[in-house]
Design a protein around this ligand. Structure first.
Ligand SMILES: Cc1cc2nc3c(=O)[nH]c(=O)nc-3n(C[C@H](O)[C@H](O)[C@H](O)COP(=O)(O)OP(=O)(O)OC[C@H]3O[C@@H](n4cnc5c(N)ncnc54)[C@H](O)[C@@H]3O)c2cc1C
Length: 422
């Protein structure tokens, strides 16, 4: 056991799991968040998918090819507002550079390594602790109606098999056998890609359950409604944090603020390449006909998951800066896709919640995990589309780095220097 204190900034799914693992490793932990509780920002109402097999990097040759169409607004899943934002231009050029075939393959392999490790860490934790977060091994089916897109996806399956990732190629009939309502799609199915071992679970409930365990522990303190306003550096170390409720001193600091508070890092010379990509979700009561398997409609990039007695529908990738407004057209789009593809799955007239969050996306899609900017400052951020999927592995890797122990997996691609951060 060590009597060192670590301050974890940000109580999203990444900060809460980091706090938990650091406490397990024997550190005293202070978890700080500007909100009134855990997982209230991007980790609040996301797609709930533990999408261990579908972690392909976002920037790819096929996305780059589709770029003119995306910029013209011809893809319902994407919206790009090309306002003069210097950080978008800088981030965007790096994002496009990562879209070269060899880079995309390397990024996807890095993500697969971390996702498989995350599954292992979650299962190990669940074997020791009973946590209730609507978790189950649902399997995940990605459906295609465009034959060309499906052919590309099939080639990808073969490639990913060589990287240790098991996915199955399904005919339209096999997809329909899994989810009968798919026979009534507006367009005929070309086929599907299925991963039996992918899972579903609610990250907001999971974070609350971990926090319930942590607060019983005298070595842990949570400070909510507390915003970090400045990082105070002295020499090569962070000396303290100035917060809205006073100064906070610790031996080391973990920064897990998702897509937010990047200017505070920039103030100490750390330029972190994260851009917010906005997404939306809505939640309705599930019916008995709701699919057991999680389904992604690739044409609309909409995911549908039964989470306990609810149906969560999530999607959209909007590059609109930090605009916090709820765009009702985006919610209407999600609702329309769901009503048309899964008419019997949910009580669509009883919307329980609509929500928007900012995915913290790096150019490579690989998160940033490790020490940077000061000898006692560690980053765990930039998990993009996959923060829930990658949370446990990232927290474990971070903890090994703080402890200066042998790393549980090869961290290549995840280290700050791999993202151009020194
Ligand atoms: C529509 C949508 C669907 C998604 N679906 C999935 C999915 O199915 N599976 C999956 O794996 N991932 C999914 N994601 C991605 C996932 O939600 C994110 O990657 C993840 O939530 C990021 O977690 P985080 O802890 O890094 O950030 P957050 O959850 O945003 O947490 C950051 C925290 O830092 C706090 N903070 C920021 N600045 C300060 C400050 N200065 N002082 C104090 N506190 C501060 C914030 O209040 C916040 O609580 C989805 C995202 C969206 C938008």
């Amino acid at each position: 056991m060590t009597n060192k204190t670590i301050a974890v900034v940000g109580a999203g799914i990444i900060g809460v799991t980091s706090a938990y693992m650091l406490r397990q490793a024997g550190y005293k932990v202070v978890l700080v968040d500007a909100e009134h509780g855990p997982a209230l920002k991007t980790s609040f109402a996301n797609g709930c998918q533990l999408s261990y097999s579908y972690v392909d990097a976002m920037s790819s040759p096929s996305l780059v090819k589709k770029l003119p169409k995306l910029l013209l607004g011809a893809d319902p899943a994407f919206r790009v507002n090309l306002f003069p934002d210097l950080s978008l231009l800088k981030w965007g050029s790096r994002f496009l550079w990562q879209g070269q075939a060899a880079r995309e393959q390397k990024n996807t392999q890095d993500l697969l390594r971390l996702s498989h490790y995350s599954r292992q860490v979650l299962h190990q934790l669940l074997s020791q602790s009973a946590l209730e977060f609507a978790h189950r091994e649902s399997g995940k089916l990605v459906i295609y109606t465009n034959p060309q897109d499906f052919d590309n996806a099939k080639a990808r399956v073969a490639q990913k098999r060589a990287w240790g990732c098991k996915q199955e190629i399904l005919t339209p009939q096999e997809c329909i056998a899994i989810q009968p309502s798919l026979q009534r799609l507006p367009k005929p199915l070309a086929g599907g890609i299925y991963a039996a071992t992918d899972e579903v679970g609610d990250p907001h409930r999971f974070a609350n359950q971990l926090l319930d365990q942590l607060v019983k522990d005298t070595g842990f303190e949570a400070r909510f409604n507390c915003r970090i306003e400045k990082i105070v550096r002295k020499g090569s170390s962070v000396q303290s944090l100035e917060t809205s409720t006073g100064s906070l001193c610790a031996d080391a600091y973990v920064w897990a603020t998702g897509a937010e508070s990047l200017p505070l890092l920039a103030d100490i010379g750390l330029n972190v390449p994260i851009y917010p990509i906005k997404g939306y979700s809505l939640t309705v009561p599930a019916t008995e006909s709701a699919p057991d398997v999680c389904i992604t409609d690739i044409d609309n990039k909409v995911v549908v998951a039964r989470v306990g007695d609810r149906l969560r529908i999530a999607g959209c990738a909007d590059i609109v800066g930090y605009d916090p407004r709820m765009d009702q057209q985006r919610i209407a789009h999600l609702l329309q896709v769901c009503r048309s593809h899964f008419p019997d799955a949910g009580h669509y007239n009883e919307v329980l919640n609509t929500w928007a969050g900012f995915r913290p996306v790096t150019p490579s899609s690989v998160p940033i995990i490790g020490q940077a900017g000061a000898d006692n400052l560690f980053l765990n951020m930039g998990h993009g589309m996959l923060g829930w999927t990658l949370a446990l592995g990232s927290a474990s890797l971070l903890t090994a780095q703080v402890k200066q122990q042998a790393l549980p997996i090869d961290a290549t691609g995840m280290r700050p220097e791999d993202h151009g951060i020194s």
